[in-house]
Each structure stands twice: as structure tokens, then as C-alpha cells.
Design a protein around this ligand. Structure first.
Ligand code: FAD
Length: 397
């Protein structure tokens, strides 16, 4: 029997698992259904703990080189009144933790690929079936061929067929609002190295500096008027109408966006799963804990999964079922609480920031300016403190 680990999925989670397992001296093969690595357009924030995990994987500086440090998070009302701000550069300095990075998704994947052994990657190969017994796990590929390994890591995303096989009862939930997003070449209207967010009534927009003259923007819409498969020209016109009254600079960013580069979609997450695997099949990244993207931390969770699991597997005899059962319990025990807390927080933030009545948005803005803002800043500070311990582990400190 092969002692290899089969990784299904070459998104951010699968690529990080591939790097981490190679570092742990474990043989892997990665199957990705797409013909080439391509994250759909737009940008992504790699949060502080994600950057610390990438430091452990030896690719943090490659990611930083193609993106922009996020030095400031700033939140405003639709009229431009400040709600709260978090000085991330100061936290990074205070805790010796890495600054978060905003980067294009393509840039992130290219940077991750610098750490991947491409001889272990099989592109254009879709896994159509997965089964296991006491000794091995077997995958069937779309050309009918099979491969076996000692363990399978399902990093096959929110629609994971592997998760559905193991836990058919677990549902994907759809939030009450939609997102539209894009990447655009445009000067940063609210400052370089900043992430800025404006909350209106049922409409909100976030704008982040990705470096290289590019901005990532993302809009949340409570009552969308253009259907999901509707014309992007109409979507852009609708967004311009909604955000015309927001502070100067926002309409210009939307105006500069090519309708063909707009991505419009439902917002979803995955219900908590009892345990992140069964037997010789483990789940990682969005397949285990997809989160509504309201905090920009989902990919960091996948990165943390990868370094946690590879550290546990480093000293594991993959032929020993008892050892594998202990690793699964340990992996789930270490990672689930944080990932599920993030899912819950993000779900409620998504709902609250989508409110559209005058009374509720006025109350929300007051709370954000006071209690909630202070709580958020304290939470962010704690994230930097935690990230510094991961960074210290990498540097041997
Ligand atoms: C709008 C939006 C904004 C976001 N913003 C942020 C952000 O700013 N910061 C952040 O940290 N996170 C963000 N996230 C979350 C982040 O994108 C995800 O957490 C992350 O991409 C998950 O990576 P993954 O590898 O687990 O899954 P995926 O990226 O979905 O990768 C799964 C891969 O598996 C492959 N695959 C699936 N089935 C098979 C099969 N049967 N055989 C072979 N291959 C298969 C797919 O082709 C795909 O490449 C955002 C998400 C969304 C939707």
C-alpha cells in the first residue's frame, strides 16, 4: 500500500496542504479538476494569522511581494462619518506579528505555487468517487482510472462532494444578501495600504488597496434588483445608482470597473460538521468550514488547517488506524472551535451590516461607533497576539 496522501483540490487550502506535507516529509499527489491554476478574478485579504501560517510554509514574503500590506482598517457610515478604525501596522509592530496583506487572487496562487512541487500535481483530473477501507483510500478519476493512498485530504471547497459523501446531512446555507466584487486599476481613494468599508441601508462597500495600482472592491446587497445571471452592464448601472450618494471616490471606482470583470454571486457557508473527517478521509479549508466572507479570514483558516494537520501527521504512521483516529480527533479539536466561532461571528456581522431600516441602521451605527467597535478592535489585537506566537514558532523564538 502506498503511504502517500492524496489531496483533492488545488485551491488555496489544497496548495497549502501540499506545501506543508512536503515540508513534513510526506509524499503527496494533488488532483485538481481545472486545467490550470486560476482563482477567479478579484482580490483577497490574507489576515494576520494566515500570513503567520504562510511564514511557516516559507511563502509569506512571496505573497507580500505581489500584494500590499494592510496597515489600516477603517469603517464609516454611508455619509462618511467615522465608525471605528484599527491601526494594524501598530499592532503588527507591537506584537512582532506580520501585517495582513491584500493581494489579487491570481497573485496569491502564483506565490503559493513557488512552494509547491509541481511533479506531485495533476491538473485537469476530476475525482469522481472516493472510497476507503481499513488499509487505504481509493479515488476514481474522470477518465476511469484509480489511485490509492494511505490518507485523503479533501480540499475540494464549499461544494465538496467528499464532504457530502461523508456527511450527507450537512447543509450549505445561503445568506439573505448577495455580493458583487471586482478588481480594478484605480488610485486608492481612501489611502494606500488601507481597507475601508462604508455601511449604508442594505448596501455596503469595501475597498482595499492590492498594490500595483489595483483595488479590490466588494459590495453587499440586501435587496438585489439584478438577477444573478443578469447582465453585468445592468448590475454596474444599479451599483452606480446605489452608491452615488456615498463619499466621493466610490462611484469613480465602480465607474472604472469593466462590467466583464464583475463577479455577482450568492453568499454561503457550511453548517458545522461533527468532526472534520472519517477514517482515512480528512476535510480541510472550505470543504470543512466555508464561512460567509465578512471578515476576510476564510483563506487564513485553510492555511492554519494545513500547518496544523501536517504537524500532526509528521510523526504519524499512516498505516496505523488508531494513530490516524487520534490525529483526526486532535486536528478537529484544535481547529474546529476557531473556525466555527468565525463562521458564527461572520454570519451575524453579515446580517447586521445588511440591515436596511432607518431605525436599525441608526442603532447599528451607534453601536459600531461605541461598544461593537471597541470589541472588534480588542478582537483584532488578540489576533495579532496569537499570530505572534505562530511567527515565533517559525523563527525558533
Ligand atoms: C466573495 C468572497 C470573498 C472572500 N474574501 C476573502 C478574504 O478577503 N480573505 C480570506 O482569507 N478569505 C476570503 N474568502 C474565503 C476564501 O476565498 C476561501 O476560504 C478559500 O478560497 C478556500 O480555499 P479552499 O482551497 O478550501 O477551497 P476552493 O478555493 O474552493 O478550492 C477548491 C478546489 O477544489 C477543486 N475541486 C473541487 N472538486 C474537485 C474534484 N472532485 N476533483 C478535483 N478537484 C476538485 C476546485 O476546482 C478548486 O480548485 C472569500 C470568499 C468569497 C466567496
Amino acid at each position: 500500500m502506498s503511504g502517500r496522501v492524496i489531496i483533492v483540490g488545488g485551491g488555496i487550502g489544497g496548495l497549502c496542504a501540499s506545501i506543508a506535507l512536503r515540508q513534513a516529509g510526506i509524499e503527496t499527489v494533488l488532483y485538481e479538476q481545472a486545467e490550470r491554476f486560476s482563482e477567479v478574478g478579484s482580490g483577497i485579504q490574507v489576515w494576520v494569522k494566515g500570513m503567520a501560517a504562510l511564514g511557516q510554509l516559507g511563502v509569506a514574503e512571496q505573497v507580500r511581494a505581489v500584494g500590499a500590506d494592510v496597515n489600516l482598517h477603517q469603517f464609516f457610515t454611508a455619509g462618511g462619518a467615522p465608525l471605528y478604525r484599527a491601526d494594524l501596522a501598530a499592532f503588527a509592530h507591537e506584537y512582532g506579528a506580520p501585517a495582513p496583506v491584500m493581494v489579487s487572487r491570481t497573485g496569491l496562487v502564483d506565490a503559493l505555487l513557488t512552494g509547491v512541487d509541481m511533479t506531485t500535481v495533476r491538473l485537469g483530473r476530476r475525482v469522481t468517487d472516493v472510497r476507503q477501507d481499513d488499509a487505504q483510500v481509493t479515488v476514481t478519476l474522470d477518465d476511469g482510472s484509480e489511485d490509492t493512498g494511505a490518507l485523503l485530504i479533501a480540499a475540494d471547497g464549499i461544494n465538496s462532494a467528499t464532504r457530502t459523501r461523508l456527511f450527507p446531512e450537512v447543509r450549505v446555507r445561503t445568506a439573505s444578501y448577495r455580493y458583487a466584487r471586482s478588481l480594478v486599476t484605480h488610485p486608492a481613494p481612501f489611502g494606500a495600504n488601507t481597507f475601508s468599508m462604508f455601511f449604508g441601508r442594505g448596501n455596503r462597500i469595501a475597498i482595499g488597496d492590492c498594490g500595483n495600482g489595483e483595488l479590490y472592491w466588494l459590495v453587499g446587497l440586501k435587496k438585489p434588483t439584478v438577477p444573478l445571471d443578469g447582465d453585468n452592464g445592468n448590475l454596474k448601472a444599479d451599483l452606480l445608482r446605489r452608491f452615488r450618494s456615498f463619499p466621493e471616490g466610490i462611484a469613480s471606482v465602480i465607474e472604472a470597473t469593466d462590467p466583464a470583470a464583475l463577479i455577482h454571486h450568492a453568499v454561503r457557508d457550511v453548517e458545522p460538521i461533527p468532526t472534520w473527517g472519517k477514517g482515512r478521509i480528512f476535510l480541510l479549508g472550505d470543504s470543512a468550514h466555508a464561512t460567509t466572507p465578512n471578515l476576510g479570514r476564510g483563506s487564513g483558516q485553510a492555511m492554519l488547517d494545513a500547518i496544523t494537520l501536517s504537524a500532526l501527521l509528521r510523526t504519524t504512521d499512516l498505516t496505523d488506524n488508531d494513530q490516524l483516529a487520534r490525529v483526526l480527533a486532535d486536528y478537529s479539536g484544535r481547529r474546529k472551535p476557531e473556525a466555527e466561532a468565525l463562521q458564527r461571528t461572520s454570519w451575524s456581522i453579515g446580517n447586521i451590516t445588511s440591515w436596511d431600516s432607518i431605525a436599525m441602521t441608526t442603532a447599528r451605527n451607534f453601536i459600531m461607533r461605541t461598544i461593537a467597535g471597541r470589541k472588534q478592535i480588542a478582537g483584532i489585537r488578540a489576533q495579532f497576539a496569537e499570530a505572534s506566537t505562530l511567527t515565533a514558532a517559525t523563527s525558533g523564538g
